[in-house]
Design a protein around this ligand. Structure first.
Ligand code: PLP
Length: 400
């Protein structure tokens, strides 16, 4: 192990030890949180302000301008860093701006190996914008370590993994990939949006950077768009902070408050999302009209064993194939309790058609290659009563 890697590993172990001081659920509520110094308010107030009165020119006042620093955002960032076990977190206006900041750590001529079926917007950003600035991307099945290793070049500086992927729920072995890139000047980045730190903590498994669309499970109430980057190395934390301030795609005070408030129930919500999804996946799997059900919690998921090892639950996302676009359309037109909508991770169940919605920007040939078929439907199981959701899906399926 290189000296740098040893240092990082020691840092992670130390962070891991610190994590054991409070349980995860307690951390969601208390980590990085302090009563407001002015009033003693137990919840972090929304500092809806653009600037701060400074006591004097040489006073070294911490708060200068709200793009640079805002107490509501700082409280959320401290909380997220603790939940993922990182050195620092920085919050952005969306998941996409958070991902953009991570890629801005690279320079022209650098090469990135990416999971082939990441969120469609990530594909659009990488191929539609960042390639134009001299970054090179190889899209591989990162669940296959040989393929991943084969794609690494001399100028590879990042491996970017989404696990489980959206929407085919393919897993990548984070620990194995971390081992593969160790000591090679390659950052391992994991988009942990689908699992949330409640079920999966990539930094503990060796990742260098974690990103999230906070829009999803972290906020959990479908009322805010945001993103975060959690870093482990000082140089990366400093640079991401610099980018946050220089580019200015910051999370607003109101959104910071909403995400922080959402996180306080993360443990409860995730348990329920998972419980509902297990029941619904089993039910879907018993239906003849459904060609295939993809859920990491089903024993026939090709990476069920890895899922059990790497995650402490299977999450709330299920994909299933109805066989054709026409059938998927019919089904989606009939659901009543589940809302047909983009996004995921909210308290309400959301159902979508990846080929024409989240992955509409991915060329059809590429979609076919990665398994985003025309009949594929994705459900984000909410926290309603599972039997009510099953009744809705049952009546929708009757019309197909
Ligand atoms: C896995 C994943 N990462 C990133 C994003 C982008 O996040 P946002 O919509 O907050 O920009 C999404 C959005 O759906 C996503 O599903």
């Amino acid at each position: 192990m290189s000296p740098q890697a040893k240092k990082r590993s020691a840092g992670r172990k130390k962070a891991g030890r610190k994590k054991q001081e409070l349980s995860f659920a307690s951390k969601t509520i208390h980590a990085g949180q302090h009563a407001d110094p002015t009033t003693g308010a137990v919840m972090q107030p929304i500092y809806q302000v653009s600037t701060y009165k400074q006591p004097g020119l040489d006073a070294g006042w911490k708060f200068d301008y709200a793009r640079t620093i805002n107490p509501t955002r700082s409280a959320l960032e401290a909380n997220l860093a603790a939940l993922e076990g990182g050195r620092a977190a920085h919050c952005f206006a969306s998941g996409m701006s958070a991902i953009h900041a991570v890629l801005a750590l690279l320079k022209s001529g650098d090469h990135v190996v990416v999971s082939e079926n990441v969120y469609g917007g990530t594909y659009r950003l990488f191929e539609g914008l960042l390639r134009q600035f001299g970054l090179d991307f190889s899209w591989v099945d990162t669940s296959d370590l040989d393929q991943l290793q084969g794609a690494i070049k001399d100028n590879t500086r990042m491996v970017y993994v989404e696990t489980p992927t959206n929407p085919t729920l393919t897993l990548t072995d984070i620990k194995a990939v971390a081992k593969l890139v160790d000591g090679r000047r390659i950052r391992l980045v994991v988009d942990n949006t689908f699992m949330s730190p409640f079920f999966q903590r990539p930094i503990e498994l060796g990742a260098d950077i974690v990103v999230h669309s906070t829009t999803k499970y972290l906020n959990g109430h479908s009322d805010s768009v945001g993103g975060t980057v959690i870093t482990t190395r000082k140089a990366d934390s400093d640079r991401i902070g610099w980018l946050q301030n220089s580019v200015g795609a910051i999370l607003s005070p109101m959104d910071s408050f909403l995400v922080l408030r959402g996180i306080k129930t993360l443990a409860l919500r995730m348990e329920r999302h998972d419980k509902n999804a297990r029941k619904i996946a089993k039910w879907l799997d018993s239906k003849r009209k459904i060609k295939k059900v993809i859920y990491p919690g089903l024993p026939d998921h090709p990476q069920h064993r890895l899922a059990k090892r790497q995650m402490s639950g299977f999450g709330g996302m299920i994909s299933f194939d109805l066989g054709s676009m026409a059938k998927a359309k019919k089904f989606l037109g009939r659901v009543k309790l589940c809302a047909m909508a983009e996004s995921l991770g909210g308290v309400e169940s959301l159902i979508s058609h990846p080929a024409s919605m989240t992955h509409g920007s991915v060329p059809p040939s590429e979609r076919a290659r990665i398994g985003v078929t025309d009949g594929l439907v994705r459900i984000s199981c909410g926290i309603e009563e599972a039997d009510d959701l099953i009744a809705d899906l049952e009546q929708a399926l009757r019309g197909v």
